[in-house]
Design a protein. Structure first.
Length: 314
């Protein structure tokens, strides 16, 4: 008697209109007997569906979409024993790249799930919102906030550059940072990494390890030209120098931290705008997230090289 493979809940972002999104939908429908497919209409619906499946005791939920869809599913699974499978169908797919999950063909991503190997990833939260990759306070979040859907459609990636030019002209906020171990810093912008990658394919947090129970924190102390210079230098060199403790940028590791500002500042989580706040708390949830990932280090190495050598592959 033949044994049928398990049928997994799959949460799909139906709004993806790119060629990659169309190819992904074609693959999913061609293998529809492997999945219970749910086309989510909103972030909140994706969160609630993932939470429901976790409460029902599903072993695995697959997120098919970009980083926004993935973050929503992670929020729904947070605190549960349900594992996450990833079908990278977005533009950046930062977390998939971090984990070495194939993002060129969904057949390969499906093989990762079928092989059954999973890894435990630290699950942190920002003001209660779970994240696994990174978050930003100030400059990069404000760039996301200022970049409209219309400008992205019209100008593509250049839309972010136009928004950045506008943000750099505005007076920066003053951010006071206090690590849970008592260290205090001050700056105008902040990036917090659980993984090493930022903005898609670019290693920025050199010491990051998403299983070490620590966050990597980069504090930018100066705005304008110096902030841009420090950011681009880090991206071009494969990451900000972990020994940076100078006048313009500082790199620290912390189990948690709080950020305060006299004015409300924008915050982004895993590349999605979260909102604005005066008080921001980063802390461990005390849990890990089980993620299906390649067991073979050669496979991970291949996709690690692709994420660096082919930044515009997608």
């Amino acid at each position: 008697m033949s044994v049928h493979p398990p049928r997994y809940p799959l949460l799909l972002n139906p709004k993806a209109k790119s060629e990659k999104g169309r190819r992904a939908l074609k693959f999913i429908m061609a293998h529809a007997t492997r999945f219970a497919i749910y086309a989510t209409r909103s972030r909140d619906e994706a969160i609630e569906l993932a939470r429901r499946f976790a409460e029902e005791g599903e072993d695995l939920v697959i997120a098919a979409g970009g980083d926004g869809t993935l973050n929503a599913v992670i929020e729904g699974l947070a605190g549960s024993e349900t594992a996450l499978g990833v079908f990278p169908t977005g533009t950046m797919n930062v977390f998939a790249r971090e984990m070495g999950i194939p993002y060129d063909r969904l057949e390969n991503a499906m093989e990762v799930i079928d092989h059954g190997h999973h890894e435990e990833v630290d699950l942190f939260a920002m003001n209660g919102a779970p994240f696994v990759q990174m978050a930003g306070v100030g400059f990069d979040a404000q760039v996301i906030e200022e970049t409209t859907w219309e400008s992205k459609k019209r100008f593509g990636p250049l839309a972010y550059l136009f928004a950045a030019t506008k943000v750099l002209r505005a007076p920066p906020p003053i951010l006071k940072v206090r690590c849970h171990d008592g260290r205090e810093l001050e700056g105008v912008a902040l990036l917090v990494g659980n993984g090493s990658l930022y903005g898609g394919q670019f290693p920025l947090f050199k010491k990051a390890d998403n299983g070490d129970k620590l966050l990597d924190v980069i504090v930018f102390k100066q705005t304008g030209y110096q902030l841009v210079k420090d950011s681009l230098a880090g991206l071009m060199k494969g990451g900000i120098d972990p020994d940076s403790h100078g006048d313009s940028v500082e790199y620290v590791q912390a189990a948690g931290l709080s950020v305060t500002s006299a004015e409300e500042v924008p915050v982004e989580v895993d590349g999605e705008l979260w909102g604005r706040a005066r008080e921001i708390e980063f802390c461990s949830t005390g849990r890990t997230l089980r993620v299906f990932a390649p067991r073979d280090p050669k496979v991970k190495l291949r996709y690690a090289l692709l994420k660096i050598l082919s930044p515009w592959r997608d």
